[in-house]
Design a protein around this ligand. Structure first.
Ligand code: PMV
Length: 325
């Protein structure tokens, strides 16, 4: 009753922000992401060894919402396997936890894979994506490598709300430079932020209306390896998401002055003919995508931005990998 799994974080190019069902983590619209190698969570689950569900991440016992998300995944797995043993989860992230680097995506995807295998279940990637989604929405995309699309689905039970693989990791030789401006957990979690935005931002409905068009445009740009097309759709999806949050009452602001300096630097690169695009999630860090051929120059220019000290370079990465024992 023990198994391990590894999953990578993913970064959305068309963002998920808003739920049609908060309990089941059903999204109000679709989203499209790239799974990244180098941002990895490795998790081992053992059933029947601890007295109650226990989560140890990076050597520290975790409680609160982090344990709550893990329990949501464990309960689904236990229900399916017909067991009621408590689980010991030990997990390591290769990158800072909870700072807008999608650690919940890699973490809950790895947990779904490890828990299912430890419970003796042999589930398809689609079934694992449905389970991971209920721990953290974006985790459903980390089950798949490369570019993945989260189909929002229409069913009330959420069984048709999961990611599907679109293009494999080797489809397009991109690099993602993660500009780390903050490694502290975010002050407002994504679920709370989404519910607050939906309840108070007058931009929320118009924002959602445009997502299907962005998904089509993004998919085409990735299919054609059209970097400028990808830049246009990814930056507008990101900025519209942040504009919608900033129009909430009270405003929800994740981007900091340093984030805007990095964004300005990326825009300046393009004026000099250097292809690069920025995106940002529920935190101040900026992720810069570029073709592999220009990554050294992009990285050098980002390092020159005042306040930038820490960079990580990632490549398109694989999906969930499970190992028994
Ligand atoms: O999966 P959650 O609940 O952590 O939400 C993720 C939301 C964003 O990262 C801001 C956007 C996305 O699509 O990943």
């Amino acid at each position: 009753m023990k198994a391990s799994a590894e999953a990578c974080a993913n970064i959305a190019l068309v963002k998920y922000w808003g739920k049609r069902d908060a309990a089941l983590n059903l999204p109000a619209a679709g989203s499209l992401s790239l799974t990244l190698d180098g941002l990895v969570t490795r998790t081992t689950v053992t059933f029947g060894e601890a007295a109650c569900d226990t989560l140890v991440l990076g050597g520290e016992p975790r409680t609160g919402s982090m344990l709550g998300k893990a329990k949501a995944v464990l309960d689904l797995v236990r229900q399916r396997a017909g067991i009621d043993h408590p689980a010991l989860i030990t997990s390591e992230n290769s990158f800072p936890t909870g700072a807008g680097l999608a650690s919940s995506a890699s973490g809950l995807a790895a947990l779904a894979g490890a828990a299912a295998a430890a419970a003796g279940l042999s589930l398809s990637p689609t079934e694992l994506s449905v389970i991971a989604r209920q721990g953290s929405g974006s985790a459903c995309r980390s089950v798949f490598g490369g570019f993945a699309l989260w189909r929002p689905g229409t069913r009330d039970d959420g069984l048709d709300s999961h990611a599907v693989p679109l293009f494999a990791a080797d489809h397009w030789d991109l690099r993602v430079v993660v500009v780390l401006l903050c490694d502290r957990p975010k002050p407002v979690g994504s679920t709370e932020g989404m519910l607050h935005t939906a309840a108070t931002s007058p931009f929320f409905e118009p924002y959602l209306d445009r997502v299907p068009h962005d998904l089509d445009a993004c998919r085409e740009a990735v299919r054609d390896r059209d970097f400028d097309g990808l830049r246009r759709v990814a930056e507008r999806s990101c900025l519209r998401m942040h504009a919608t949050m900033m129009a909430a009452d009270p405003a929800l602001v994740y981007l900091q002055p340093k984030s805007w300096s990095v964004i300005a630097a990326v825009r300046a690169m393009r004026d000099h003919g250097l292809p690069a695009l920025f995106t940002a999630d529920a935190g101040p860090n900026i992720k810069v995508f570029c073709p592999a051929a220009v990554v050294d120059e992009v990285t050098a220019r980002l390092r020159a931005v005042e306040g930038v000290t820490d960079l990580m370079v990632a490549r398109p990465g694989p999906g969930l990998r499970v190992s028994e024992g």
